[in-house]
Design a protein around this ligand. Sequence first.
Ligand SMILES: *[C@@H]1O[C@H](CO)[C@@H](O)[C@H](O)[C@H]1NC(C)=O
Ligand SMILES: *[C@@H]1O[C@H](CO)[C@@H](O)[C@H](O)[C@H]1NC(C)=O
Ligand SMILES: *[C@@H]1O[C@H](CO)[C@@H](O)[C@H](O)[C@H]1NC(C)=O
Length: 490
Amino acid sequence: MAKDDNQIPKKMFIGVVWNCAAELKVLLSALLFFCSLITLFQFFPSSISNLRGCAAFPPPAAINFLSTSASPVENKKLQDVVIANGLTKRNFNAYGSAAYNFILMSAYRGGVNTFAVIGLSSKPLHLFGKPKYICEWVPHVETLNSVNVTGYKILPDWGYGRVYTVVVVNCTFPTSVGHDGVGGKLVVYASTSGGGDTDFDLTDTIDALTENPGQVNSLQFQAEPKYEYLYCGSPLYGGLSPQRVREWIAYHVRMFGEKSHFVIHDAGGVHPEVMEVLRPWIEKGYVTLQDIKEEERFDGYYHNQFLIVNDCLHRYRFMTKWMFFFDVDEFIFVPKETNLKAVTDSLSDYTQFTIQQRTMSNKLCYLDDNAGRIYRKWGLEKLVYRDIKRGIRRDRKYAIQPRNVFATGVHLSENLKGKTIHKTEGKIMYYHYHGTISERREPCRQLVNTTDKYLDGTPYVVDTTMREAAGAVKMFELRMIGPVLQKTHQ
Ligand SMILES: *[C@@H]1O[C@H](CO)[C@@H](O)[C@H](O)[C@H]1NC(C)=O
Ligand SMILES: *[C@@H]1O[C@H](CO)[C@@H](O)[C@H](O)[C@H]1NC(C)=O
Ligand SMILES: *[C@@H]1O[C@H](CO)[C@@H](O)[C@H](O)[C@H]1NC(C)=O
């Protein structure tokens, strides 16, 4: 079934030239005839003479015949053929292709002999076909040999993809590559292997990564990471509330501390007022903003969330001890008696721990003082009703030690080396204020002054944990960046 990839384009090429020879003859005679007609037309009235313009160009079809494309689908249209006994052999004509074979986002080295190549690929191709990846290391010096290995593909968003699914190709060579200091490049051959059209094993050649001579420093893979905690954010889009983002970033910079970093991905959500809120923290070196708006061209799950988190994983894999994955309407919390460092240290035997949610109402606000002032309060202070309905499946978020992780997801990673722990309830949790970030109006819809509340059958209790932290977060923000954000709006 495996066909020689090189043969197909050659065969096609001959086919096209062969066809053209015959077509050209017909075409040229047609053109000759056509031009003589035009010459005649010059003597006719103007309404016909604008035909003259078209004589300057070959007819559109001729352009196709003259270009020698190797693509199987630009063939001449096949007709149905009547064969013996009145049997008609029906033919099928293929035009174009609806999804790309591979869309490269990035490729990163993950060690002396290993790389991760991150991109999107046609989902049905992966669901119903068996596309293959071959990785080749090509040294910059021609006298040195290239090496090929089979790429191991990981589909981290399996079941979620849309037109496109996320693919992480793990290219691991038997021995180290590029350690000789001459530099080289990683080429990936992505083959459809007959998925899409069994007549063709179409192979695309992807220049995934180029390293300059002397660029690789193999020590970087063992070095102490620069950061203790790095946050990989999901794509931000829509009309985000600057005030909510302000609270979120100040809260987490305070919690994650000096050796932390936040990677924020802008899929259109970082409008100028959100940018104002992030700018002081970017200037302080805590935040990196990545513009990923181009990903919107390719229809994947949730603004290509799985693509973005895998890019972030491999991009920062050796720069941080722990990597966190959660959203900007979620606030990590550890009990007062302890701190984040103590918690992560106690979990350092695990490659991954997941974090349980505390669901907060996004519209019930606590009215314990002057109603007029509630609008000036932070969301953390006023949204204090916690949903205590039991038995509902609650989404988890997670943190990993990324050096042991090869691909990742939204709620956890399933491609890692080492242990995962889910029992972390007492140690670490996150407060979820669903939807509050994506609205620019006041979140309080109902002001309540009771300590217990049922709403639409959902029981709530007052949980002032976050409210109690708010004062310190405000002080922290003021101390770190001054009063620049005091006038931030919802
Ligand atoms: C690729 O997979 C191998 C084996 O699981 C692993 O050791 C290596 O770190 C992975 N490479 C990357 C870049 O993730
Ligand atoms: C690696 O595989 C590609 C694609 O099949 C092929 O063109 C190339 O010659 C191979 N290189 C080596 C060194 O075998
Ligand atoms: C708050 O409590 C007072 C009585 O203590 C009551 O009159 C008022 O209606 C309550 N307000 C709300 C919003 O429930």
